[in-house]
Design a protein around this ligand. Structure first.
Ligand code: PLP
Length: 362
């Protein structure tokens, strides 16, 4: 058996120690005589697994008491609708800061429920997303119910180098590809959400961290399942939750604690990203179009000087056990996603391969 370094943007790598533990517990979880996936979500055993996962996430992210943590389904994409349904709270306008492809989708959904003020569109001049507008470029409206942004745009590899200042408006963040990559002050946000399949665990789970006082008033006609209050009241057990994904996410949270928490993750992630950008910037053969201060620690897109070499690069990388490096079709070239679970040796191997490839083909 040989495991590859998988640079996929998502579903992405899960720490090997977590998969091994899941394997050990697969047939008989803790003397229960059954696999976690066979357990009733209302049974004592599963309830303890779910509660421990939430407690560990709260500890790792230092989530304040007045925030609810919801374990939902439907992906980050469902949140694009649930956010206006739940957070307009009688208002009819919301601010969106647009820095990439996911933000665009969030805006399209919000427009079904309210007037959207695009507080800044980073693609306005060039047609491309290569930077995050600074605070002074944000055109926030006085009557917005909330401000939404995407701290890390997964496809373009653009990450905000600062936390937008939005006054007394709730700040809503799609953290799908950056949650848990570094410490952050949860109290600065009205709500944080993330699909699990990037930096948390397996697909099928969506984590929502929402300030309690924002929950309760929904747009007329909102289905029960799309109301945060439904899930907050029932500890995410109103209906059957994605039990196995929730369990596995719990193993990842526990792994993060053992690694030294998010401060340690930040250190490693900054170093990993630094090595890769260093390799790109140090060559005339590779390029990354993103403004240096807005470069993502998690998703690193890069192009080769000659696009004709793309398929050869991908095939040779695969032979070296470096897989899923093809860039998103909208951007082209390559993209290396290097979430928490990507070992530093994976980045080292990629950097070495890139140098060797350039020497031979550049
Ligand atoms: C992947 C991703 C999404 C979509 O997530 P799904 O769980 O597939 O709906 C949304 N936003 C960002 C920033 C992402 O990276």
């Amino acid at each position: 058996m040989s495991r590859v370094f998988n640079f996929s943007a998502g579903p992405a790598m899960v720490p090997q120690a977590v998969i091994e533990r899941a394997q050990q517990e697969m047939l008989d979880w803790n003397g229960s005589g059954m696999s976690v996936m066979e357990m009733s979500h209302r049974g004592k055993e599963y309830m303890s697994i779910a509660a421990q996962a939430e407690a560990d996430l709260r500890e790792v992210m230092a989530i304040p008491e007045n925030y609810k943590v919801l374990f939902l389904q439907g992906g980050a994409s469902s949140q694009f609708s649930m956010i206006p349904m739940n957070l307009l709270r009688g208002g009819n306008k919301a601010d969106y800061i647009l820095t990439g492809s996911w933000g665009k989708k969030a805006i399209a959904e919000a427009k079904r429920y309210c007037e959207v003020n695009v507080a800044a569109d980073a693609s306005a001049e060039s047609g491309k997303f290569t930077f995050a507008p600074g605070q002074s470029a944000l055109n926030l409206s006085a009557d917005a119910a909330y401000v939404h942004y995407t701290p890390n745009e997964t496809i373009e590899g653009v990450e905000f180098p600062y936390l937008p200042e939005v006054g007394d408006k709730p700040l809503i963040a799609d953290m799908s590809s950056t949650i848990l990559s570094r410490p952050m002050d949860v109290s600065k946000f009205g709500m944080i959400y993330a699909g699990a399949q990037k930096n948390i665990g397996p697909a099928g789970l969506t984590v929502v961290i929402v300030r309690e006082d924002l929950i309760g008033e929904v747009v007329d006609g909102t289905p029960t399942m799309f109301n945060y209050a439904t899930h907050a009241k029932a500890d995410s057990m109103y209906n059957t939750p994605p039990t196995y994904s929730w369990y596995l996410a719990g193993l990842v949270f526990d792994w993060l604690k053992q690694q030294g928490g998010l401060a340690k993750m930040a250190e490693t992630n900054e170093r990993k990203a630094g090595k890769l950008y260093g390799a790109i910037d140090g060559s005339d053969f590779y390029a990354n179009p993103v403004a240096v201060e807005c470069r993502s620690w998690m998703n690193v897109p890069f192009t080769l000087a000659d696009a004709e070499l793309d398929s050869i690069f991908l095939a040779e990388a695969k032979e070296q056990g470096l897989v899923t490096l093809k860039g998103h079709r909208s951007v082209g070239g390559m993209r290396a996603s290097i979430y928490n679970a990507m070992p530093e040796e994976g980045v080292d191997a990629l950097v070495a391969f890139m140098a060797d490839f350039e020497k031979r083909k550049g």
